[in-house]
Design a protein around this ligand. Sequence first.
Ligand SMILES: *[C@@H]1O[C@H](CO)[C@@H](O)[C@H](O)[C@H]1NC(C)=O
Ligand SMILES: *[C@@H]1O[C@H](CO)[C@@H](O)[C@H](O)[C@H]1NC(C)=O
Length: 300
Amino acid sequence: MREPFWIYQRRFVDRKVPLPIAKVYIYFLLVGLDYLHSECRVVHSDLKLGNILVSFENEKVLTNFIKRQQQMQYKVDRESGRTIYRCHNDFGPLDVQGIKNMIPKIADFGVATIFDRPDTQDGMVGEQLGVYPIQPDFYRAPEVILGCGWDFKADIWNFGVLLWNILGNKELFQQVYDADGKYDAKGHLAEMIALLGPPPKALLEKSKAMSKYNWPQPVRNATGKLCNNAQEFFGGPFFNADEFCYNGSIPSRSLDDTAPFLEEKDREGFLSFVREMLNWLPEKRKTARELMDHRFLKLE
Ligand SMILES: *[C@@H]1O[C@H](CO)[C@@H](O)[C@H](O)[C@H]1NC(C)=O
Ligand SMILES: *[C@@H]1O[C@H](CO)[C@@H](O)[C@H](O)[C@H]1NC(C)=O
């Protein structure tokens, strides 16, 4: 693969891939996600721009690179006699002619979970639900923070939030860290409430019921505290009955105003598309296969 998506983005004006191309990429990524979920029964759980790699535009880039590399700086390790070249993550300017060959692919399955066993696994409850904390901070799904148990739909939330990075080169959520740079679950939830309205009762009830159970193994959180369940891990509880305990942290933002990077004619379709992914309830989110048919991805 040539490079991660965040390097690829830099090659475009304002670091943004033009919308028609971005739509094709989103479609390809959904094909990949559907394959992972339906065929492989894998929850990726770490979707971010660094884990989306773009393929080479043509083979010459690599052969030319090797030729250049042979004339490049190197040193010889005294003990082993081995030649050591400078490390690179950038293969230079794009051959624009070949851009249609550049396909984004989902990479890095280091923290992926396979849900293919009929029996209950360690750390999984009921049929097939993960319970340990997952996902990069910005893209963490509400059921993960609230300790409700998660499945494939956590990837759908993650992918929905990532669309702001893919299309607008910006983060949707802006208060996921506190002043000390630590993950701040209450600030993150407050922002979800601002964008989506309060969470449904069913989710809060599940969260409360699950908070009574401990994980098979305790896990240390970012503060270094050894925690027995999600509520401890993320510093909950966050709700008292159905009332959010930190409603002073709810910013005055609305989802409709989060996509200024799109022209008005595209914005409505985009918001309809992301609302199929950013639902509090995992079971209400569309599958990757269903999302592939959304009108936002249709090219005029
Ligand atoms: C870690 O757990 C402690 C105890 O539950 C909690 O107070 C703290 O907020 C947690 N830290 C993070 C970064 O979530
Ligand atoms: C915040 O919570 C308090 C107490 O429950 C309530 O009186 C107040 O109206 C709430 N504010 C908002 C903005 O929801």
